[in-house]
Design a protein around this ligand. Structure first.
Ligand code: TYC
Length: 103
């Protein structure tokens, strides 16, 4: 029947609780010619909880390719980490730049 309430297109489907994951954001470092490599590695270790080896790989990627991802987080955490990096760089008088973008 065309308008039957039991039509597969119109029948009410049971509600299924789907846990909503928050939108995720990447935190990226940008390359520059002045910030010392050691400072970048220490910054990645400190704010992104990376090992020395992981932090060095990320720093080298940024150095050679212009930018690199340090981590992916919900928006508020990504923005907090970006601001922590920018404040740390500014306090140390390095021009290191950090941005967030949707993952
Ligand atoms: N290019 C810098 C140098 O040669 C090192 C560097 C790496 C700077 C990563 C910023 O996000 C950066 N000293």
């Amino acid at each position: 029947m065309a308008n039957s309430p039991f039509d597969s297109n119109t029948a009410l489907k049971p509600e299924v609780a789907k846990p909503k994951l928050p939108p995720m954001f990447k935190v990226l470092l940008l390359n520059d010619d002045y910030t010392p490599m050691e400072f970048v590695v220490e910054t990645i270790e400190r704010f992104f909880n990376k090992s020395r080896e992981q932090a060095t790989q990320i720093m080298l990627k940024v150095h050679t390719e212009g930018m690199g991802v340090c981590g992916v987080y919900p928006q508020d955490i990504a923005e907090t980490k970006m601001n922590q990096v920018l404040n740390h760089a500014k306090e140390s008088q390095h021009p290191l730049q950090c941005v967030t973008e949707p993952a």
